[in-house]
Design a protein around this ligand. Structure first.
Ligand SMILES: Cc1cc2nc3c(=O)[nH]c(=O)nc-3n(C[C@H](O)[C@H](O)[C@H](O)COP(=O)(O)O)c2cc1C
Length: 229
């Protein structure tokens, strides 16, 4: 096995136990645990409106990820205001995308949460532009491979196309060889599906539960794949 694969430690001792934790099984010895802050979950909010409902939902998921254990640190990146234009294969560069890409490819980043508003039953154009620019990372020897990914979708209707939106984002992430997860138990479906009611997600208890369960699940699986630091 290559050292890279060893580092990822597929279903290593800690990982298996991290997953087992939610089912009440044994907890690993301290020596087997990843060190504090050794692993990062990055949240990418792909709404053109900074600080609004997509960002709020990604923050909820990141908080739940962080709560999984001291090994986990989190960071939020908002694409709003960045210059990430429609992807043009003939002129692929974007200085702002490069800044986000350097965060994504940080070896410490073991999991990524992609949040998008629902625009006509699909992702925002900003999210699509971002994911298209990620072609550069696929071309760079699949730089995102084996990082864990979960998707957050926020719509203005309870059933406005959140699940469909999640699947379109997942399709792009699967093409990066990322490891896709949905929201964990007890909701356990495709990802975080939130309902924006007047620029507010705080009353959507079911949606908030899916965001928390997704964040937790991304962190647990990321820990599982990394094994001891
Ligand atoms: C162009 C456009 C299309 C939209 N289409 C949908 C839709 O199909 N389904 C839905 O539930 N909400 C739709 N919405 C509402 C947004 O998804 C919702 O307001 C979302 O919370 C916005 O995210 P933000 O607060 O992060 O900007 C649409 C909004 C816009 C601007």
């Amino acid at each position: 096995m290559s050292s890279d694969m060893t580092r990822r430690g597929f279903l290593g001792t800690v990982g298996a136990t991290a997953l087992a934790a939610s089912t009440g099984q044994a907890v690993p010895a301290d020596a087997d645990r990843p060190k504090s802050g050794s692993l990062k979950i990055l949240g990418i909010a792909c709404s053109p409106r900074p600080g609004k409902t997509t960002t709020a939902a990604v923050k909820v998921a990141l908080e739940a990820a962080k709560a999984v254990g001291p090994a986990i640190e989190t960071e939020l990146v908002e694409l709003a205001g960045l210059n990430i234009p429609v992807f043009d294969p003939a002129a692929p560069g974007s200085a702002d995308f490069e800044k986000v890409a350097s965060k994504l490819t940080d070896p410490k980043v073991a999991g990524i949460l992609v949040g998008t508003p629902v625009y006509f039953g699909s992702m925002s154009s900003l999210c699509k532009a971002f994911l298209d620019h990620c072609m550069a990372l696929r071309n760079k020897n699949f730089a995102l491979a084996n990082k864990v990914a979960g998707v957050v979708a926020v719509g203005g209707m309870r059933n406005g196309g959140q699940e469909l939106t999640i699947q379109t984002v997942q399709a792009a992430l699967l093409a990066q060889e990322m490891i896709l997860v949905g929201d964990g138990r007890p909701t356990a479906h495709r990802g975080a599906t939130l309902w924006n009611q007047g620029d507010d997600i705080s009353k959507d208890e079911i949606g908030l539960a899916t965001a928390r369960n997704l964040g937790r699940r991304v962190a647990e699986v990321a820990l599982a794949l990394r094994g001891p630091a």
